[in-house]
Write a protein that binds this ligand. Sequence first.
Ligand SMILES: [Zn+2]
Length: 444
Amino acid sequence: MPVDTVLHNAKVYTSRGLIEAGIAIDRDRIVKIAKKANLPKASHQIDLKGNIALPGIIDSHVHLRDQKLAYKEDFTSGTSAAAAGGITTVIDMPNNQPTTMSVESLKERMLLAEPKILVNVAFNSAFPKHTDEIPEIVKAGAVGFKLYLPQQIGGINPDDDQTVLEAFKAVRQTKVPIAVHAEDKTTIEQKQKNLMRQRRDDLEAFLEAHSLEAEEKAIRRVTQLSRKSGGHLHICHVSSKHGMITVLKAKKLGFDVTCEVTPHHLLLTSKNLKKYGNAALEVPPLRKPRDVAYLWRSLQKGSVDTIASDHAPHSLEEKNAESIWNVKPGIAGLETMLPLLLTQINKGRLTIKQLVQLTCENPARIYRIEDRGSLKKGSIADITVIDLRKEHRIDASDFHSKAKLSPFNGWKTKGMPVKTFVNGQLTMDDGAIVSKPGAGRIIR
Ligand SMILES: [Zn+2]
């Protein structure tokens, strides 16, 4: 019996590094990785033209919106953007309307998503009001919890140590990780109040409110609380030198902590924010060159665990609000992350091995996503094919995302995803979406 598909003429990234080989796929699984002569007969043959087959990229920080926020993004537009960007699995964040924070809201979101998604989607939940709901939410399929420290999203007050600790302890029993947005609420609110009293309404004022201290203080507090609970903490989008130093100290002390950085914090500084204006506004905000340099140094030393896009789409009106305090922070990142990172590989600042660790292996391990994140016999056939020589110019007006705005607009990149396979099916081919909504799966 022939298998469904053989991908041949490729360099395949396996545990042995890049090898000249092909991949045999039957239904949704990889059945063999071998030289062409040793591959089984197949109904379909696809020539990868010497390009590199990587494990499907997992973006572990994505706001897919939909429901009452569908004007910003919906499951189909968001997962089309992912497929176009070479991403085969995304982990969705819970700050939705309604907030994902109960068994009912999670199930409702999954039900709505299932027929609309083109890549695989896993869900983070916010904390419920009552900790006894936490195991039920995990049973319903949440792969983690997200704690947002700058304001209350979900059922618990993020400023109350005792409540947060109780919630952390309850999550620990379920073995899923807690992802945290670490900026201290009180520090930001006090500064913002003062600035508003002085009638400050400019980008510089926004940077002052979202200070380095706010990040460092929050990371220090939340890593201590997590250590007391014994659970796993994943610090999202570390943006500053002192924030990273605080994470590294916690790691050195043996705390169960991992951390994420984003392409925008690695490639842009507050100078870019002044140049691009609100299009580049996100939280935590862009920092100084010495912060960016420290993030890179930490990444090179292997101290960073994941790179994620923090894809956070908003409408044009929301990004162009008159007062800086009303501008919605966040940028579209699904379609730019991989081209930007491949460009860094071409520049010699990142290796393919690091890319696979940061965007495939580590997210799969942290969120305990089985059978994805590496290419081997028996794995699900989620595959991102890249052409490292292909040049491209980022054009936000071409995005599949509804958010057609990017601080990287106009940037020249070298290295592109050229094919995305999701569950064994070709989903993106040379930039075009070739599968239908429903091809992606909910990961529980
Ligand atoms: Zn986010």
